[in-house]
Design a protein around this ligand. Structure first.
Ligand code: ADP
Ligand code: MG
Length: 694
């Protein structure tokens, strides 16, 4: 045994905290009463008044106070939507969809009518929609077709403190839009006088815009200043004391430490749900398995354990379970990423276990030399740690177990660096160029560094989206129409040239799905490898994807749903990924239709099918090409790194002259994942190389 009773914590709870049953269980009262019990309800009129009287309002309130769900409804009821819509932006799609469904219920309708949502590859809205929850990425995309966001009367920028790249892009554009739509009032408040908007529209001046910046943390000043001294409103929360414990020593195996701490809590402490913060889906799934295994061995009289994962790509049906109240005799344990930090408030949580880790998107320019970000597991910030602990004290006294030492806490950075300072700007730059804008000219809260802008320019030039004068090319405009990272958009557009769009749509859709195509299994590695061999294509992983999808479609057509499920299990194929990919494919097909790409064009059956597909892939992944070196490793063509083929690849251990890959994975080495072998001549054929005659 792993020593479940091992006292990890320097000041572990010596005696059981006295647990009195909560006066009322949330989720039991009628929904309208629940709304009135939220802290923000007391400030309802004040909030409406301030927003009515100001173009820009900064609203700060503790997580769970009701900002995201209530403020849009207040504004709608107060008539502030006028003839337009209220947009509420979220950095994460699960938050957007789950909040929309909650607010729809509160409005006594179903999602998609008065209350809707829009996230990449999924939308529920109609002409009745007045409140729309969307990801910050989707609203930035809407700018392309509607640069003044004229459909919206109010734009609520939620979770603004996260400072995602898209949120920063939106905020910069909102400043310009305010001047164009509201005229001189906001122009006078533009301290830098940098805004590019026209003060007055000659005819048909659009309706004025209201902007509300919402956040759970107290960084109001910066936002207020940016908007020329915008009004700040604070909503009082209802936070109960939380006792915080640190570990005495650092815990490198944080998943194992979380497991032990959970059972310590579960065995020693009274009722109350447990929320465990982990960096990502893989750790969540692994902890889920171990908790399940150990929970089965507990004595009959102990509380039952309901394990609920919560991460970005979670299906709606599973999301709903998180909010269901815990049945008597049971304890919920929610395994979440930082999505549960501020975006989603789960009722009933009394204990928080914080691994102190999160995944962060970061552009590792020195080694990748490409236009892709990598997700790295890293230590959280103090601000996150405080938010995480706070989740334990929403309904009563709570306990937070930090799986790191007090010294580590003190060494954490206070807040995170904004994404614009650390992520790839390629896709954003392409969007800005479509709007006729540049990074240098827009007034950002934080300006990106010149190096990242230069590297984004380079990538877009290599892909043919910008010409040597940095002007948008017709190809660039076509690429921007696809909700894909520029390299994949480029591959898809290239497929038209090679007559293999049907194949590329399939590959790109699978690559864009949020879950992996193959199930990773530790228990049946050999079986899985055997099954995988059936699909293996000699050229590598991209053609292998086609083989899997084709085999799945054959089973789907000839057999029922259950047979299909069985097949997926036997083949260690992730059906969720295939279902999601089918949906994504349908949407990309629509974009093809609109932009005049023949999506039916297929290379299937032809002798050169493989060559055509790979040529299209090379056009997009040209920056992700590497050549074999004498020692068996691969050296990037356009970057300085030496990479190895990831063990999960169908080409692992193979030696081929040149490869292209989807992404790099950093462990002790740099691995290329999603690899195909390509003749060097294919790479030399890419226009940019032809020009340079490599
Ligand atoms: P804030 O934005 O201030 O953090 P929210 O408006 O998100 O607060 O949350 C207000 C309340 O609504 C919380 O008690 C939360 O648990 C509840 N809530 C939010 N989404 C759902 C949902 N999908 N189902 C049930 N309750 C929900
Ligand atoms: Mg919120």
């Amino acid at each position: 045994s792993k020593g479940m009773h091992n006292q990890n914590h320097a000041h572990g709870p010596r005696k059981k905290p006295r647990v009195s049953a909560p006066a009322h269980l949330p989720g039991r009262e009628p929904i309208q009463m629940q709304r009135q019990q939220l802290p923000i309800y007391a400030g309802k009129d004040a909030v409406i008044d301030v927003i009515r009287q100001n173009d820009v309002t900064v609203l700060i309130g503790e997580t769970g106070s009701g900002k995201t769900t209530q403020v849009p409804q207040y504004l709608l009821e107060a008539g502030l939507a006028g003839s337009g819509m209220i947009a509420v932006t979220q950095p994460r799609r699960v938050a957007a969809t789950s909040l929309a469904s909650r607010v729809a219920t509160e409005q006594q309708t179903s999602v998609g009518s008065v209350v809707g949502y829009s996230v990449r590859f999924d939308e529920a809205s109609s002409s009745d929609t007045k409140i729309k929850y969307l990801t910050d990425g989707m609203i930035v995309r809407e700018l392309l077709g509607d640069p003044l966001l004229s459909r919206y009367s109010v734009v609520i920028v939620d979770e603004a403190h996260e400072r995602t790249l898209r949120t920063d892009l939106l905020i910069a554009n909102l400043k310009t839009i305010l001047q164009a739509r509201n005229g001189s009032a906001s122009a006078a408040r533009d301290p830098k006088g940098k805004g590019k908007g026209k003060a007055k529209e000659p005819s048909g001046k659009p309706n004025p815009l209201k902007v509300v910046i919402m956040s759970a943390t107290l960084e109001a000043e910066k936002f207020s200043k940016y908007f020329g001294g915008a009004k700040v409103v604070y909503v009082k929360g209802r936070q109960h004391p939380v006792t915080i414990y640190h570990t005495a020593t650092s815990q490198p195996d944080y998943v194992d430490a979380a497991l032990r701490t959970f059972f310590q809590v579960h065995i020693d402490q009274g009722p109350g749900d447990v929320l465990i913060f982990l960096p990502g889906q893989e750790d969540i799934e692994s902890l889920e398995k171990s908790i399940d295994l150990y929970a089965k061995q507990l004595p009959k009289e102990s509380l039952g354990v309901i394990i609920l994962p919560l991460y970005a790509s979670l299906q709606p049906a599973q999301q709903a379970k998180i909010f269901a109240s815990t049945p008597p005799g049971m304890r919920k344990v929610i395994l979440a990423t930082n999505i549960a930090e501020t975006s989603i408030t789960i009722p009933g949580v009394k204990y928080v276990i914080d691994t102190g880790k999160c995944k962060e998107k970061r552009y590792v320019a020195k080694t990748t030399g490409t236009g892709f970000d990598t997700l790295l597991t890293r230590d959280i910030t103090q601000s996150s740690a405080v938010q995480r602990a706070g989740r334990a004290g929403r309904e009563g006294k709570g306990y937070c177990f930090r799986l790191y030492t007090e010294e580590s806490f003190k060494k954490m950075p206070a807040t995170a660096e904004p994404e614009i300072r650390r992520c790839t700007l390629t896709s954003s730059l392409l969007q800005l160029r479509c709007l006729g804008q540049n990074f240098e000219e827009l007034d950002f809260m934080d300006q990106p560094d010149e190096g990242s802008v230069a590297s984004a320019l380079k990538t877009l030039f290599l892909l043919g989206a910008l010409d040597h004068t940095k002007s948008l090319t017709p190809l660039g405009r076509q690429m921007a129409a696809f909700p894909l990272e520029p390299p994949l958009a480029r591959a898809l557009v290239a497929s038209a040239e090679w007559g293999c769009t049907a194949e590329l749509l399939t590959i790109v859709s699978v690559l864009s799905a949020s879950s992996k195509l193959f199930v990773d299994t530790h228990d049946a590695r050999e079986e899985a490898a055997d099954a995988r061999k059936k699909f293996r294509h000699a050229s590598g992983d991209h053609m292998t994807v086609l083989n899997v999808v084709k085999a799945y479609e054959d089973v789907s057509q000839s057999e029922g749903k259950k047979a299909r499920k069985d097949w997926c299990r036997r083949m260690f194929v992730n059906e969720r990924c295939l279902a999601e990919a089918a949906n994504i494919r349908a949407q990309l097909r629509d974009v093809c239709e609109k932009t005049g790409v023949d999506w039916k064009a297929s290379a299937e059956g032809g002798q050169d099918a493989e060559a055509r597909v790979l040529r299209a892939m090379v056009a997009g992944l040209v920056q992700n090409a590497a050549c074999l070196q004498p020692d068996g490793s691969y050296k990037q063509l356009m970057g300085p790194s030496v990479v190895k083929i990831h063990p999960s690849s169908s080409l692992a251990d193979k030696k081929v002259s040149a490869i292209i890959y989807d992404e790099l994975v950093y462990t002790t080495q740099i691995y290329a994942r999603g690899v195909s072998a390509v003749p060097r001549s294919f790479i030399a054929e890419v226009p940019v190389f032809k020009r340079r005659s490599v």
